[in-house]
Ligand binder design. Structure first.
Ligand SMILES: *Cc1c(COP(=O)(O)O)cnc(C)c1O
Length: 405
């Protein structure tokens, strides 16, 4: 058969990839050969894993594993439909009721991911005549949700309360609804959103207050209840988003709020309406995870103990772990700021060769000139593993000139 020859219409993508290669920021995916754990095997190499969001080690917890297997045996592997058609199983409802009780709110809805929860919620509750006042470093899923809503977006400088107030005041007399939105924990710097002050602003200007607690779920607050609990601003945040994909160890995102907010999202949130619900095994896993948060608080204590040790030792070695040119981390997310994108990727590659997985993060995920290695320690890293990782970081850091000798 004769094929007609024509120019490849996607050749511009190859050109852009060549640009990335020239800049040194092109990457290949690292592939995990075994379980997501503190020490595991990527691309055939055993490494100390400083890159996952598996804060509490729940990805391999025996109770969660057993819950997933049991649910698969009883209910099969898939839900077969979107929630509003035939894909709402009893186990989905059970998980939502469990989360609502845990967070002490009226109701909860679970989405396929945290990304879907944010994008689906922001785009559903606001329209083109409304305003979104959003922290400059908020997560991509909030930004995409804001775009989909067609509301006017007013960005305020990172954690700058005065600037947030200026933005709210500028639309005070406009008829549209206002949403004030922040990440609970910022995913690239590890600092915590200023919830009490933002809640005060939302109250003063009659705005809806929304928090994305993806990196705070299972990490901050009593038993990992999140930033609302951490700051004791119960009842002052209208929309709380959390993830089931990080500390909870499985997959999903959830929205907590009033019964009517959740009922409205059932009717208008597009990922809920147009994308199939979780397999029963995922819901069962998450139910078991919330039991573990209640029953094994020592996991969170160990996470914070490791975090304090890690930050102290990295700073002693002379690494810039934020606070100089970037916000100061207050959580287990500890960036090592390098600045240059290529140097960052080189550092990451050299670390991997010596048995450390620590991902380099460059523009556009972080601003140009703020490239970094992002490290996350978990509750399951032993002190010996952390010490070994520090030894490698120091050696490689000196060799390529990131820290002095
Ligand atoms: C990871 C993350 C999300 C997305 O959660 P997933 O469940 O992985 O889709 C949303 N917001 C923030 C701040 C995140 O860090």
């Amino acid at each position: 058969m004769k094929t007609t020859s024509r120019a490849n219409p996607l050749s511009y993508l190859s050109e852009q990839l060549d640009d990335l290669k020239a800049k040194g920021t092109h990457f290949r995916l690292r592939v995990l050969d075994d379980e997501q754990a503190a020490v595991c095997t990527f691309d055939g190499k055993k490494v100390i894993n400083l890159a996952s969001n598996n804060y509490l080690g729940l990805t391999t917890h025996p109770k969660l594993r057993e819950a997933a297997l049991e649910a698969t045996r009883r209910y099969g592997v898939g839900s077969g439909a979107v929630r509003t058609i035939a894909g709402t199983m009893k186990i989905h409802m059970e998980l939502e009721e469990k989360i609502a009780r845990f967070k002490n709110v009226e109701a909860c809805v679970v989405f396929q991911s945290g990304f879907a929860a944010n994008a689906g919620t922001v785009s559903a509750i606001l329209g083109k005549d409304d305003f979104i006042v959003s922290d400059q470093l908020n997560h991509a899923s909030i930004i995409d949700g804001a775009r989909l809503s067609r509301a006017k977006v007013l960005v305020f400088r990172h954690k700058d309360i005065a600037h947030a107030e200026e933005q709210l005041a500028s639309v005070r007399d406009a008829p549209g609804k206002k949403l004030l939105i922040t990440d609970g924990v910022f995913s690239m710097d590890g600092d915590i959103g200023p919830l009490p002050a933002l809640c005060g602003l939302a109250e003063k200007y009659g705005a809806i207050m929304m928090v994305d607690d993806a990196h705070a779920s299972g990490v901050l607050g009593r038993n990992g209840r999140g930033t609302v609990d951490h700051f004791n601003v119960h009842g002052r945040v209208d929309v709380q988003v959390g993830t089931l994909s990080k500390a909870i160890g499985a997959l999903g995102g959830y929205v907590c709020g009033t019964r009517d907010l959740i009922d409205f999202l059932y009717h208008r949130a597009r990922p809920f309406l147009f994308s199939t619900s979780h397999p029963p095994s995922v819901a069962a896993t998450c139910i078991a995870a919330f039991d573990v948060l209640q029953d094994e608080p020592e996991r969170i204590e160990k996470l914070w103990e490791n975090t304090r040790f890690w930050k102290k030792e990295l700073a002693l070695l002379g690494f810039d772990i934020g606070g100089r040119s970037t916000p100061s981390s207050e959580t287990p997310i500890t960036p090592i700021i390098i600045g240059d994108g290529k140097l960052t990727m080189d550092f990451s590659r050299e670390l991997f060769k010596e048995g450390i997985l620590a991902t380099g993060i460059t523009f556009p995920t972080v601003p140009e000139g703020k490239a970094r290695i992002r490290t996350i320690v978990t509750a399951t890293h032993t002190t010996e593993e952390l010490q070994q990782a520090l030894e490698v970081l120091a050696r490689v850091g000196k060799r390529i000139g990131i820290i002095g000798n």
